[in-house]
Design a protein around this ligand. Structure first.
Ligand code: CU
Length: 267
């Protein structure tokens, strides 16, 4: 890919190439500007040196070259912004796929962890109640007496995703502003208390495949909190495991079995 020279993290989401291309073009443009301005600066040092111009020239430059080059810079910047950046951003926030065709996961950030909740086979998130919140055993206040909540799967700092299926993360926060960032997915979104913000992407490389690709048998996708959110910010990391659709289903089935076991104990 053309952006390899930038040393970006490995890419593992379908929309990422667009973002990488834009980052690549911005770097190319900045390099041109740097060489242009730098060259001009060196030129002026030599051209207007004191030994050749002992007396200042009060007329100055009469050519319009600088004006035209500045207009060209503004035009290129406008093209990058209007032609690339805004359309990519608009697609990210506007064209969220329908929930029926995607995996919807609720990710709730808190100091200093990521609470992950799946709706389970019924596709419905169960009721939650603030009075049921227990920071250790029930951080989201899930009401297991609600039939829709019985199959809800919750995990801490572990996000399991199937590859090649749109994922909609419903991002929320329990306390302060956090930020959900997974560099390989080219995704970064602030989690803001009081809002539920959809984050959409299609992961297309499984963790196993990425381990072969990177030659690192311990490779893990990490959710990094990208907002300084408090003293424990540095340890607010979650892990994403991208699996094939079958593996994901097996994981979900195993979680369902666990849930059944738990409800037997409590009965
Ligand atoms: Cu945080």
């Amino acid at each position: 890919m053309m952006t390899e020279w930038l040393g970006l993290p490995a890419l593992a989401a379908t929309h990422g190439a667009q973002i990488d291309n834009l980052i690549g073009w911005i770097h190319v443009f900045m390099l041109v500007l740097f060489l242009g301005w730098g060259g001009f600066f060196v030129y002026t040092l030599v051209r207007f040196r004191k030994s050749r111009h002992p007396v200042a020239n009060y007329t100055g430059v009469t050519s319009h070259a600088s004006k035209y080059s500045e207009i060209a810079v503004a035009v290129i910047e406008a093209v990058l912004l209007v032609g690339f950046a805004i359309p990519i951003w608009a697609a990210r926030v506007d064209r969220v796929p329908p929930e029926s065709e995607s995996l919807v996961v609720q990710v709730t950030a808190e100091q200093f962890a990521w609470n992950v909740r799946y709706a389970g086979p019924d596709g419905k998130f169960g009721r939650t109640d603030i009075t049921l919140i227990d920071t250790q055993s029930n951080p989201l206040g899930s009401d297991r007496s609600d039939p829709a909540a019985k199959d809800d799967v919750t995990t801490l700092n572990q996000l399991y995703l199937p590859a090649n299926k749109p994922v909609v993360v419903r991002l929320r926060s329990k306390d302060v502003i956090h930020s959900f960032g997974v560099p390989e997915f080219r995704v970064k979104q602030d989690a803001i208390p009081g809002f539920t913000i959809p984050v959409y992407f299609v992961p297309d490389v499984t963790t196993a495949e990425m381990r072969t690709r990177t030659g690192n048998p311990e490779f893990q996708y990490e959710i990094a909190c990208a907002q300084l959110c408090g003293l424990g910010h540095y340890r607010m990391r979650g892990f994403v495991t991208v699996q094939t659709a079958e593996e994901f289903q097996q994981w979900m089935d195993a979680e369902q079995e666990l849930l059944k076991g738990e409800s037997d104990i409590f009965r």
